[in-house]
Design a protein around this ligand. Sequence first.
Ligand SMILES: [Zn+2]
Length: 248
Amino acid sequence: MPNLKPEARSLYQHILSFIVASPRGAKLRPKLLLKNIMPAERLRKCLDELESRNLIYRDKNSDEIVAVYPFSLLPTSHEVTLYRNGKNAWTGEDKPVGLRVKSRRGRGPTRARQKTFYAMCAIDSMGISFALDADVLICSRCPFCNARIKIEITNRAVSFAEPPRCCVWYQIVEGECISAVNKCPWINFFCSTEHLVAWRSREGVKLGHRMSLAQALDRAEEVFGPRSMVGRALRALRRRTEPVIFRT
Ligand SMILES: [Zn+2]
């Protein structure tokens, strides 16, 4: 990661490793995790640096970390479940086929036991597939009609989408912006181009463009794929054998 100070880089990898390893996904409390890691002033400087690079975002009231892109640490409308070798990465259950499958007892998916992450936006939800090098099932909702949208990514390609004509709105912000505040809330899946157009006129959204799922996936790879800052940080983590150590 060029231009990140070594301590900030280590801290970033530490935060990422905790998120990736946590079976509770979105429910972790990063501030508690970081409490005793280094003196408060140095910790603040490192977090400031990570935030200035748009790698994390802290809530301005609570000062709690709420986003480590592509992951949201608070629930969002983009839920991402990981699969490896056709099995749920957390429960070991077989990957559902066609995404309509209920749990064996017919009581619906066992969501509480799934390793589910929340993503900051539609592009980020696809980005989790690249960041963690896993197949994913994304469950989201159309902001216009609230219909469920399900997208499956297998071997870095969209392998299933429901509704089949769903697409993405990509928000553009002129000048400097904070992704978590100014962009992510607007970057969503829509069940059809018609609903995207209707939503734009209802909300008065102007700057941005429609993306097909394939285009959105390309964008996700650009931002979170192997050559991205997130991708390189995670790859370095996989190579590392000892835990991250901070000098105090
Ligand atoms: Zn819709």
